[in-house]
Design a protein around this ligand. Structure first.
Ligand code: ZN
Length: 171
């Protein structure tokens, strides 16, 4: 009798574990696909398969700064079937909808920033990498007088960084 009870106990716990599993709604709330579909719809975009695929690459990993080429590379690595033209088009559509912010560096290189709030950047020139600077830490009084009838729409500061030259070694 006591043998049976001992054997039965873990099985009961197993069943309780199953019953205690989170409900489907709770699972969906933390699901990146579900969250992305809602994000696209909120921005007035139809969640097409390709937009969803690009969106998951862009938005499922926190704040990111990506060039179109880099995003295309990631898609290739993960075997997401999109062309470079689709990537450019998708980035353009997301930017127009306010889901991405373009950060132009050098006039030729454009990074797409998933953080669309007002902020600035450090550019690590040797690594082609952007790091966020909070907007609050730039003093607007450094801006010279504006032409008549104009107001500041946005201030985009890119502070270029390079590794310090190694100090000369004492011999
Ligand atoms: Zn940024």
């Amino acid at each position: 009798m006591s043998e049976f009870r001992k054997a039965a106990k873990p099985r009961d716990e197993g069943m309780q574990g199953l019953r205690a599993a989170p409900r489907v709604d709770a699972l969906m709330a933390g699901c990146p696909v579900h969250a992305l579909r809602a994000k696209l719809k909120d921005a007035g975009l139809r969640p097409t398969r390709q937009r969803m695929a690009l969106g998951l690459l862009l938005f499922a990993k926190g704040d990111r700064h990506l060039t179109a080429e880099k995003l295309y590379e990631e898609a290739q690595e993960l075997r997401v079937p999109v062309s470079l033209a689709t990537v450019y088009n998708g980035l353009h559509v997301f930017t127009e909808a306010g889901l991405l912010r373009e950060v132009a560096v050098d006039g030729t290189k454009v990074y797409y920033d998933t953080n669309v709030t007002d902020h600035h950047h450090f550019l690590l020139e040797d690594r082609n990498m952007l790091i966020d600077i909070p907007a609050l830490s730039i003093d607007r009084s450094v801006v010279p007088d504006l032409p008549d009838g104009m107001e500041i729409a946005a201030i985009d500061v890119v502070v270029r960084l390079r590794p310090k030259a190694p100090a000369a070694k004492a011999t």
